[in-house]
Ligand binder design. Sequence first.
Ligand SMILES: [Zn+2]
Length: 455
Amino acid sequence: MRGRTFSLAYVLALFASLIVAAHPAAAQSLLRDAETEQLLKDMLAPLVEASELSPGNVEVVLINDSSINAFVAGGQAIYVHTGLINTAETANEVQGVLAHELGHITAGHAVRFDERTKVANNISLLSLILGVGAVLAGAGDAGMGILAAGQQAAMGSFLSFNRDQEAATDLAGARYLSGAGISGKGMVTFFEKLRGNEIRAGYSQADEAAYSRTHPLTGDRIQVLRGLLDDDAAWDTPPDPALQERFVRARAKLYGYLAAPQNTLRTFPPSDTSIPAHYARAYAYHKDARVDLALAETDALLAREPDNPWFLELKGQVLLESGRPQDALVPLRRATELTLAHPLIAGMLGHALIATEDPKNYAEAESVLRASVQKDRYNPFAWYQLGVVYEARGDLPRAQLASAEQQVMNRRYPEALRSAQAAEAGLPYGSADWIRAQDVALEARAELERIKKKR
Ligand SMILES: [Zn+2]
């Protein structure tokens, strides 16, 4: 029972920090998920290889936003809305969009949107059902809609391409698809759908219009594009079935995570025993705190694929968040092992180890969390956990440094500056952590200066 109390207190603390984090007007949330990120990366890789850019230099980032959009920002990053993933029928359609966005990057269209990188700075983790705080608080989809509308208003001024830019970008996108031997059918069908507003039910006009507002989809533009693509040798190349399967799984997972549970259960009724359906329902039940049903779904998934790291991650998540951190350790350790310590999964293992409240587990927690943030800094939650474990072990300067890292990521600059200065004062002079504390203080101070100048 004690574990449960701990998690509840912890939930409340986290909830408070999420509310603070969500406060800035233009805040847009990045959604981190190991499986989806890997999928998007694998979808993009052949296209980057066919482009003028060097492989590994372009990032795809998932944005938690139900409107259908994708855009480029901050040099070489493509931002994809969850709404776009959810609306696409095939991996091939998403690849068509990625090819087009890549065209914007190679044409240098991303540069002038540098400011956007600051806008999309909040981070939520799919491996944390509490990330959907609004749903738990009863606001449901309405909360998400409000957020999305604000973002679109902010985005309108940054992103609108003219016809010439779009035509040149289409040309580049078509070239990358061709070079990668990927059919352009998905690109054409997706653009046609967006233009014709034939998106399946459940989407508002505003959601649908987002992409065509930023990338004007005129009829003749799509005609030209189709002409270009259906002449290509790859036009009739069948889609990669493995990629498509990964896509429908990730899409179902995102749907289960984001939609209201009753909608998920309507879209994926219990009679549907496909893997995507089990996947989506596991999230729906988990969000509804129907733990036994959620576990039955994850066990059904694991019965089919016992060594699937994402299924193991999900089982660990359900157990952990329903107050059984000790039981969560087994699947999470296995998932960490299978993914060679993927930073997001290792972060969750660290969380579970701390949640056991067993001091014997703290050394392992510290080591997995340190490894996690070393590989991937952009995980405010792992920093939070690391702070907890340092504090439990009496290492206050490091706890303050971890707080500073988390606060600067959540754009709480005054707190970040204070924490970083306190850390700097307590850490060994000249050590790596001491230098890091100075860097965080510098970053927080620069942001505070920038905000002051704006006023
Ligand atoms: Zn465009």
